[in-house]
Write a protein that binds this ligand. Structure first.
Ligand SMILES: [Zn+2]
Length: 483
């Protein structure tokens, strides 16, 4: 059960958004794919360990899940596990999922699984690097391992690591001790890459502890910042082989380092008009604009016109590509048909507070069923995305890919599958704070993090916080922390 939530998002999550499958269909979806489950299956198959596949359910980031839908999914998972009566459980979770009246979806699920299977069954869990790890998760799980990369390109390897650890626990080789440290800070996603900078140093330290055998799994979680919940903040989780004191010492040291580097996570955003001016002054392309405030991987609706309006106003002479979620506009375009020129209002319909629709006249170039498969090395590679009916709507030189449902924009395949080659664009707009870098940096002439309002903005102080524990950095200057 894997979804990241954004409690500021106006879009609720439903059961169907997870496209859940059960039993053997789980193996069909994930075998040979670069997902955590793909990693589980790889290691267990190699070890000739029988697998009882229970459930696979992934949803794109959005607002809290409808409570009844969540209860249905959790019951299916728990019943599946109770029927399988396993010696050990492997769970691939996100760690920052929220539900109506339940801030800690994974903690709740883990407590239910623990209650169903008893204390003796090891439960080994993988989490996204942006997990908001809670006390209840650590109390219910036997061991937790998070991704070490952002952009996330080690889902498969994290799954392998968890499966290997599970086998060693089952074999009596490892008696895991797990320690968690919560830090009263939130970090911007834009400066959290694992390739360089402050987060890189933390992850290298974590990897070093694993490689030297001092710990079984060391994870540094830079929680995704858009969660207005009480038990919020970055965490460090260390799993050692029965060495409790060492686990505490490593966790304290890493938490202290994380806190000390907090100023380095601050982000500088560029106003859209300024980014367009600089892009036009450059020879060639593509210049990538990251509209992180409307990031579909961070819970935004993907319908902001914050970049689209200035792009259209600039009347660019070179082709430009942008993604937009707008089911109404798709219906209009499909009705008009390929080749039709129509005038309609697009975007700005879900998040009316931060964005407004824009009236455009354009040409319907392509209509599709919105199905495409992620190919870029890393995030959900090999898994199919279904974003509903989709159209390419051309306004001047701007190719607007409009879909009925949201989709990740980190893989250029989103555009390529619809006849738009990012390499030939002057400007490509992605709705992602950092995940896009894995596939886009190698082909981008330049990258701008553009400044527009939205529910996944990097300007955290502008969000309507109500429930988060205060003080917390960077919202409160007086925040103090001693590891
Ligand atoms: Zn993440």
């Amino acid at each position: 059960m894997l979804q990241e939530s954004n409690t500021f998002s106006p879009v609720k999550t439903h059961y169907e958004d997870f496209s859940p499958v059960f039993g053997e269909a789980v193996l069909e979806r994930h075998r040979g794919k670069l997902t955590e489950m793909g990693g589980f299956i790889d290691i267990l198959s190699e070890a000739c360990v029988p697998i009882a596949p229970v459930a696979a359910a992934w949803a794109i980031t959005a607002g809290r899940m409808i409570r009844a839908d969540f209860d249905r999914l959790v019951s299916q998972i728990v019943e599946g596990l109770a029927t399988a009566r396993p010696d050990c459980v492997l769970l691939a979770l996100h760690g920052a999922q929220c539900v109506e009246r339940q801030d800690d979806a994974e903690g709740y699920l883990l407590a239910r699984v623990r209650a169903a299977l008893g204390l003796r069954v090891p439960i080994v869990v993988t989490l996204d690097l942006h997990a908001n790890v809670t006390r209840r998760m650590v109390e219910s799980a036997t061991a937790i391992a998070g991704y070490h990369t952002y952009p996330h390109i080690d889902m498969f390897e994290t799954g392998q690591k968890a499966a290997r650890l599970a086998l060693r626990i089952l074999g009596g080789e490892v008696q895991p001790t797990m320690v968690m440290r919560k830090i009263p800070m939130i970090t911007n996603a834009e400066n959290m890459q694992s390739t360089h900078g402050p987060f890189h140093r933390l992850v290298e330290r974590a990897k070093g502890l694993e490689a030297s055998g001092q710990a079984e799994a060391v994870s540094v979680f830079g929680v995704q910042p858009w969660l207005d919940i009480h038990e919020m903040g970055n965490t460090v989780v260390v799993v050692t082989n029965s060495k409790a004191t060492a686990a505490k010492r490593h966790a304290d040291a890493l938490a202290g380092r994380f806190w000390k580097s907090r100023e380095e996570f601050r982000v500088r955003l560029t106003p859209v008009d300024e980014a367009i001016r600089q892009a036009l002054a450059m020879e060639g392309g593509p210049v990538v604009f990251a509209e992180s405030s409307d990031s579909t991987g961070s819970g935004s609706p993907g319908d902001s016109t914050g970049v689209l309006i200035p792009l259209l106003a600039a009347k660019l002479e070179a082709p430009t590509a942008i993604f937009l979620v707008d089911p109404e506009a798709v219906a209009r375009a499909v009705e008009a048909g390929i080749g039709a020129t129509i005038t309609m209002k697009i975007g700005g319909k879900f998040d009316r507070h931060n964005s407004k629709p824009v009236k455009v006249t354009g040409n319907v170039r392509l209509i599709s069923d919105g199905r495409w498969t992620a190919r870029a090395r890393g995030y959900n590679t090999g898994i199919e995305t279904c974003m509903g009916r989709t159209v390419v709507f051309e306004v001047g030189q701007t190719r607007i890919l409009i879909a009925e449902r949201s989709a990740m924009t980190v893989d250029p395949e989103l555009f390529r599958s619809h006849g738009i080659e990012p390499l030939y664009m002057k400007i490509v707009v992605v709705k992602s704070p950092n995940g896009f870098r894995a596939a886009y940096e190698p082909l981008a002439k330049a990258v701008f993090l553009v400044d527009t309002p939205g529910v996944s903005t990097a300007n955290l102080a502008t969000l309507p916080w109500k429930r988060v524990s205060r003080p917390i950095y960077p919202l409160d200057d007086e925040t103090r922390f001693e590891a």
